[in-house]
Design a protein around this ligand. Structure first.
Ligand code: BGC
Length: 609
């Protein structure tokens, strides 16, 4: 499924105003009261007794709670109120324009106001993909993608990053993130390799709980968000690394590799889990009662709710009704149905009527969802809280991200101890990727796929190098020009941004342009340092042969200073590979523990000074 929303006009201020005044009419408020005043007037509603509330709900209201729609796809309707939907999301392409925290706060407030005007006034829970900080919002601190976080081997750092991400989300009024992705990517051809912490279950286990704790905060406090571990189960194990593909293995292998992260996330109290688009031995995960209900909810004692992936129920075989029946009876509690919500609601209604989905299953789903809403104190605080306004992109969070960048960088090669570079030398930086914020942030940044260019404020790798050596000794050229005057050349190369299936590749490697750059740098006879910006290991053995140093910085995010810290020795590298680094495509898939294992750099490899 795609998050295509292009046919819809962007959200204008008049839409907000119209919605706002329409809502005032519904709830009998006097025009002239600001969303803030409205929020204040609603601030003291205590959390109801969940069982009593379920007792008061009609079947339609229960089905509403189980329904999640995309704000942009439903914004010209009154469906949030009419269907009493339980959740609204912004898909990664459904962004407000201009993409400011103030606009997000206005949007969330206006839609929440609609939800509160329903008969029972149950607040919606708004969800978004804040998968490396609240990075869909321009101006947020963009943290390294999880592949880099895995290289830090530092769960305390992951917890702090989760904490900062939560506070930045609350600055936009969004209390639920579809994160952390705890996939264990086993084949680097997969376009989501960078979203997981690394190729071993140990890494998922080590980082998942920490990230969940950071995101969700201390129980009883109102400064956490709801986390969502994803994608259950086996998303990273599909054959040939095909996105949404088939994971072919025995149950014991599936459990050994892909389940430990979930056990850790559940232990840390994760409130929601998203099901994987993928299949296991041909059977779609969204209909897998054994894994969702028996294993996850039963064996692991997961008490939160299970959400489907984007329109994933629609990909199941059979008729509309039989798909819904299979998914809900398998244990899916909330359906992410941005496009198909009308047929989901009517289908589930008729299934309940016919007894094909038992009322007890519906009540269990609704209970799980309402409990998480209660935990978030959404009745007490349904609206964005202005107290968090200063959190987005704060200097403290940027400093933390810089720390995460330096800890995630892995030094693969350092011939003749060419690194750290002296600060009194003359440096030539080459490659257009050196000065490109979009490239260093990657996918899920101010848009689904990310893109080249000045996507969000921050420090590019080039600016960071300049910051590290004041006095104009850094020159920059997209190609290798002016090498004669330099003591060392820093060549920044790597992947273009992508997300999900658009990042699936049959062949991995550097582009022809990047290879030519490195070749020209090598030919100059100067010291050559390659900085690799990438969402996965790339087979580059012949290309890096003859360069002095290679530093892989993954997709570091907005704080390029962390890269310069390592290059100039303000930080001694500590990063350890979260993936085995293949010599060639022929070695992929390659994972620690393989019977024949001869990578270029093994899992866990990383030099220091
Ligand atoms: C992705 C999920 C994401 C969801 C909502 C899907 O396409 O697979 O990871 O959370 O969209 O944006």
């Amino acid at each position: 499924m795609t998050h295509s929303t292009t046919v819809y006009p962007s959200c204008s201020p008049c839409v907000f105003l119209l919605a706002f005044f329409a809502v005032l009419g519904c709830v009998g408020m006097q025009p002239g009261r600001s969303p803030g005043q409205l929020a204040a007037s609603r601030a003291s509603v205590p959390t109801p007794d969940i069982e009593e509330l379920i007792g008061q709900m009609t079947v339609d209201e229960k089905i509403g709670q189980m329904t999640q729609i995309d704000w942009k796809l439903a914004k010209n309707t009154d469906d949030v109120r009419k269907l009493a939907v339980g959740s609204v999301l912004n898909g990664a392409s459904s962004l407000v324009e201009p993409n400011t925290p103030q606009n997000w706060v206005k949007l969330v407030t206006s839609i929440q106001t609609r939800a509160l005007s329903t008969r029972l006034g149950i607040p919606i829970v708004w969800g978004a993909d804040a998968v490396h900080g609240n990075a869909l919002v321009r101006g947020a601190t963009v943290f390294p993608h999880n592949i880099g976080m895995g290289c830090t081997r530092n769960p305390e750092l992951a917890e702090k990053v989760g904490r900062a991400a939560a506070l930045e989300m609350l600055a936009t009024g969004i209390p639920w993130t579809f994160a952390p992705c705890i996939a264990v990517p086993r084949d680097e051809r997969w376009g989501r390799t960078y979203e997981g912490f690394g190729e071993t279950p140990e890494l998922a286990e080590m980082m998942a709980g920490a990230m969940v704790k950071g995101l969700q905060g201390e129980p009883g406090q109102s400064d956490g968000v709801l986390a969502c571990a994803k994608h259950f189960l086996g998303d990273g194990g599909t054959s040939q690394g095909k996105d949404q593909g088939d994971t072919i293995c025995s149950e014991s292998e599936l459990r050994a590799i892909h389940l430990p992260g979930y056990a850790a996330a559940v232990k840390a109290g994760v409130g929601s889990i998203m099901v994987s688009f993928s299949r296991w031995n041909g059977a779609p995960m969204h209909a897998n009662k054994h894994l969702i209900t028996d294993v996850l909810k039963g064996e692991l004692h997961f008490e939160g709710f299970v959400v489907s992936d984007w329109e994933a129920i629609a990909t199941l075989p059979g008729s509309n009704d039989s798909r819904i029946e299979a998914a809900i009876n398998a244990g899916v509690d909330m359906a992410m149905v941005p496009l198909s919500y009308p047929s989901f609601v009517s289908g589930l209604r008729s299934l309940v009527k016919k007894g094909r989905v038992p009322m007890a299953r519906i009540d269990d789903a609704v209970r799980r969802i309402l409990k998480q809403k209660a935990r978030l104190k959404l009745w007490e605080h349904p609206f964005p809280d202005a107290a968090f306004a200063g959190q987005l992109g704060s200097p403290e969070h940027r400093a933390l991200a810089r720390e995460a960048v330096r800890q995630s960088a892995v030094l693969l090669k350092n011939q003749d101890a060419v690194l750290p570079l002296p600060k009194n030398g003359r440096i030539l930086v080459v490659g257009s990727k050196a000065d490109d914020m979009g490239i260093q942030c990657g996918g899920w940044t101010v848009g689904w796929f990310g893109r080249r260019g000045n996507v969000t404020p921050g420090t590019t790798i080039l600016r960071a190098i300049e910051n590290a050596i004041p006095g104009g000794k850094v020159s920059f050229a997209p190609g290798v020009r002016g090498a004669d005057a330099a003591d060392a050349i820093v060549v920044v190369v790597g992947e273009e941004p992508y997300a999900e299936g658009t990042g699936d590749r049959k062949e991995l490697g550097l582009s022809r342009d990047d290879i030519s750059l490195i070749t020209a740098a090598k030919a100059s006879g100067k010291k050559v340092v390659v900085v690799l910006v990438t969402g996965r290991p790339l087979p580059v053995e012949p290309v890096i042969d003859g360069v002095h140093a290679v530093l892989v910085v993954w997709l570091p995010g907005s704080e390029g200073d962390g890269v310069a810290d390592v290059l100039f020795g303000d930080y001694q590298p500590t990063g350890k590979l979260s993936h085995s680094w293949p010599r060639s495509m022929a070695q992929i898939p390659i994972n620690q523990g393989d019977a024949s294992y001869a990578p270029l750099f093994p899992y866990g490899f990383g030099l220091s000074y």
